[in-house]
Design a protein around this ligand. Structure first.
Ligand code: GDP
Ligand code: MG
Length: 449
């Protein structure tokens, strides 16, 4: 979804002039992408008329940056679609409340299919615990062997009380026992993790209904993997029909997926997104913020998040120089070499480069740091065999086959690796190039888009 919308915007950007036809095509393409993602027909129709109203080409004087105005209008419309129109239930500190987590899990051979419910339950508990709440975890997943062990491990690590059983096979009974026990213990946030088995869906939804009726949760949270895409609508709707879903959490936002399915989940549940999961670790959990989410969805990069992080890790006096370098946008192999050095050192500057949206998420994906580092070192060895002219050139055409062969020989690596390295260079140069001339926005300011 995000991909097709950003491609449509790109086409509009490349059009020599912006007229009614170009605008009409853009709106049609966006509408088609949204409808394909099962966003409600009426919501899509509203989006159409809103963009047309805001972007009145006749009224826009020449000299107005029409492209930017259109982009901004599309951006705002997507933000609106992610706004469910009503806030979710928020638990009150000191008063007992029950939150039930629902969501599918796949076969668990491929982690991409798991929504990340159990992990998210712990993150949610931990988030409130840090704020002085008394959370507790109940494992009502009696279906998957090992479910209780997993929750127990997570809870123990986070020092959160938990309840579950290896023997009991009735999820309703366990859920109720857990909730009652923790109410007696004056916990103010009782979290019920449930099963998400993929097969026998009808039985799963019936089970959810029973757990829901027994524990009477104040809030039901639908957890979805950011990569499920179009399937999000049906999944979310199916849960919504059996239990009263009131909020959404999107997980694995640290991966490649842009999270377009979230639009469908909001549409299907009429509930807001409240948090996003950004990694496997307990602290990799953020309050949902619509603007960075949409800019990422559109492939514009998470600028506000990036700026926040930059403030955290780089000393103030080093920032202007760094931002200056970024906004120049000229990326040579030598700069890539220096950035590799930074990344490997992972000092403050290295961390910054790893945070540039799209810069190193693919170069050094989480969980694969070791292999990635070895790869980066191999790339650097090859660059050591390059001439100054090659390192400082901004013209990729100078890399002829015979030069590549010479580099491969010099570094004692196969030619294919040299080609790999140059592909990586092209990719990073593109990311870097996007920053050229870009006014680095202040916190939360999206005007640079
Ligand atoms: P469940 O089957 O829905 O309960 O999912 P789990 O909580 O067991 O998670 C399945 C896998 O996804 C585990 O390996 C988690 O560590 C991983 N996971 C969960 N949330 C995130 C996230 O936000 N980012 C990443 N990278 N992994 C996650
Ligand atoms: Mg689980």
């Amino acid at each position: 979804l995000g991909g097709s919308i950003s491609r449509a915007l790109q086409r509009m950007n490349n059009a020599p002039t912006i007229d009614e036809k170009v605008l009409g095509e853009l709106i049609n393409e966006i509408a088609r992408a949204l409808l394909q993602a099962d966003v409600d027909f009426k919501v899509v129709a509203d989006m159409r008329s809103n963009i047309k109203k805001i972007v009145n080409l006749d009224d826009l004087a020449a000299g107005h940056n029409k492209r930017k105005i259109i982009q901004q209008a599309v951006f705002n419309e997507l933000c609106k679609m992610l706004d469910a129109g009503k806030p979710s239930y928020t638990p009150k500190k000191g008063k007992p409340s029950v939150t039930m987590f629902v969501g599918l899990q796949g076969s668990c051979i491929c982690w991409v299919q798991c929504s990340g419910k159990t992990t998210t339950c712990t993150k949610y508990a931990h988030y409130y615990q840090k704020k002085g709440w008394k959370p507790a975890l109940v494992c009502a997943d009696t279906f998957r062997a090992g479910a209780f062990d997993q929750l127990k491990q997570n809870a123990t690590k986070a020092k959160i009380p938990f309840y579950g059983s290896y023997m009991e096979s009735d999820p309703v009974k366990i859920a109720l026992e857990g909730v009652e026990r923790f109410k007696e213990e004056n916990c103010d946030l009782i979290i019920v993790d449930t099963s998400g088995r993929h097969k026998q869906e009808a039985a799963l939804f019936e089970e959810m209904r029973q757990v829901y009726e027994a524990t009477k949760p104040d809030l039901v949270i639908f957890v979805m993997d950011s990569s499920i895409g179009q399937a999000a609508f049906n999944q979310a709707q199916a849960f919504k029909q059996s239990v009263s879903v009131g909020a959404v959490i999107v997980t694995k936002m640290d991966g490649h997926a842009k999270g377009g399915g979230a639009l469908s989940a909001v549409a299907a549940t009429k509930s807001p997104i409240i948090f996003i999961g950004t990694g496997e670790h307990m602290d990799e959990f953020e309050v949902f913020d619509v603007k960075p989410f949409v800019s990422r969805l559109l492939g514009m990069g998470d600028w506000s998040g990036f700026m926040d992080k930059i403030q955290d890790v780089v000393p103030m006096d080093q920032q202007p120089e760094l931002l200056q370098k970024l906004s120049e946008g000229q990326f040579t192999l030598r700069i890539m070499y220096e950035q590799f050095q930074n990344l490997l050192k992972m000092g403050p500057i290295g961390q910054v480069f790893s945070m540039i949206p799209g810069f190193s998420s693919e170069l050094m994906p989480k969980g694969h740091e070791k292999e990635s580092q070895a790869k980066i070192k191999r790339y650097m060895t090859m660059m050591d065999s390059m001439t100054n002219e090659e390192l400082d050139s901004t013209n990729p055409k100078i890399m002829t086959e015979s030069r590549m062969m010479r580099i491969a020989r010099g570094a004692g690596r196969p030619m294919i690796e040299v080609m790999d390295m140059l592909d990586e260079y092209k990719r990073l140069a593109k990311v870097w190039g996007k920053m050229k001339g870009l006014k680095i926005p202040k916190r939360g300011d999206m005007s640079a888009l």
